[in-house]
Design a protein around this ligand. Structure first.
Ligand SMILES: NC(=O)c1ccc[n+]([C@@H]2O[C@H](COP(=O)([O-])OP(=O)(O)OC[C@H]3O[C@@H](n4cnc5c(N)ncnc54)[C@H](OP(=O)(O)O)[C@@H]3O)[C@@H](O)[C@H]2O)c1
Length: 333
């Protein structure tokens, strides 16, 4: 087997040497959010963290998960690994999204229980909220209904893992945290148009249209739905704070608390990349959930967490990153 993990050396924190030297497993640590999370923990004194790749341990396979825990004995686990994608990827592969996300979470929590981890932090998603949740979404409405259809298999798989965490807490005393980050964006995002989320897709389409001299960019859906976005480094900070401060498995929203329509977002991105052609909305394509905006007061109260990066600043950093990296394999064709 290949070198099983990327180990990141970091000096012990003088303030809390015991806890921050605990062996910390970050699943999905090489992904978009994962890279920022690994950096965030390392910068804040977590000295013994490791982030295995899928080729080393496929988390959908119970035997490989057990082997991972047997070999490395993590004390704290942050579970980010997932099969993710935009509306089209979810529509094309609903069974895969359901099966893989469910299996990864179930196997991992079972191993945390069996091997007696001190704490597990599970990253859920706001795609698990019911389709018509009143805005702003409050944590107490989380269990009240079926998610929006296009992302329901993904959302429900991750929701069941949240339920598993709650039941393992009740029955076995497993300490856990269940976070619900809103839509993320930022440097390192996925710009492959077949699997990307809305911000990288819009950036890429507008940049390519400008460069090709095209006068139109077509955008999926009516442009009317609203979304909330959180800069990825802010999300990573929330995850570290929750790992250090929280012990409750009830869902906790992580977001910026600011809502914007897809049409306004598209106009803002077009302006920032200098595309002055027409934005054409294609209502034959699905809109997804009608509105998304979180009540973030609980995270403010429990974690003292607030998003620091404004949408304008975050978009500019993301666009700059895209220009610097688009010729590399970090940005898929
Ligand atoms: N991106 C968002 O807007 C957003 C919003 C809310 C919540 N989230 C949640 O945040 C987490 C990270 O998302 P992301 O956008 O960073 O995704 P990503 O870039 O696609 O990264 C996914 C990670 O999961 C790992 N992985 C996938 N299948 C695996 C398997 N079978 N076994 C082991 N590892 C596996 C991948 O490892 P390899 O690289 O080794 O293949 C990769 O590191 C997910 O739980 C997602 O649901 C994301």
């Amino acid at each position: 087997m290949a070198e099983p993990f990327a180990r990141i050396p970091y000096p012990f924190s003088a303030r809390d040497p015991m806890r921050k030297s605990a062996k910390l497993l970050i699943t999905g640590g090489s992904g978009f959010l994962g890279r920022h999370v690994v950096t965030e923990f390392a910068r804040h004194g977590w000295s013994n963290l490791f982030a295995p790749r899928r080729v080393d341990y496929d988390l959908t396979q119970p035997a490989q998960v057990a082997q991972l825990f047997r070999c490395h004995r993590p004390r704290v686990v942050v579970h980010l690994a997932a099969q993710v994608g935009g509306i089209e990827a979810n529509r094309r592969h609903p069974g895969t999204f359901l099966y893989k996300n469910l299996m990864m979470g179930a196997n991992l929590l079972e191993a945390c229980r069996r091997f007696g981890c001190d704490k597990v932090v599970v990253i859920g998603t706001i795609c698990s909220y019911p389709k018509f949740t009143p805005v702003p979404f409050k944590e107490e409405d989380f269990w009240n209904g079926y998610p929006e259809e296009t992302n329901a298999p993904y959302g429900l798989a991750k929701k069941l893992v949240g339920l598993q965490l709650q039941t393992y807490h009740q029955e076995f005393g497993l300490k856990g945290v269940y976070l619900l980050p809103v839509n993320l964006y930022g440097p390192g995002d996925n710009f492959d148009l077949t699997t990307s989320h809305v911000i990288p897709a819009l950036i890429r389409k507008c940049v390519e249209a400008k460069e090709n001299g095209s006068r139109q960019v077509t955008i999926w859906g009516t442009g009317k739905p609203t979304r909330e976005f959180l800069y990825v480094a802010d999300a990573a900070r929330a995850i570290r704070l929750a790992t250090e401060k929280l012990n409750t498995p009830e869902p906790l929203n992580i977001g910026s608390g600011k809502e914007i329509s897809i049409a306004d977002l598209a106009r803002r991105i077009a302006e920032k990349v200098g595309f002055d052609g027409e934005l054409v909305f294609d209502p034959t394509r699905p809109d997804g959930q009608p509105r998304r905006c979180l009540d973030v007061s609980k995270a403010r109260r429990l974690l003292d967490f607030e998003a620091k990066t404004s949408l304008d600043e975050g978009l500019e950093k993301t666009i700059q990153w895209y220009f610097r990296h688009r010729q590399t394999d970090l940005v898929a064709a």
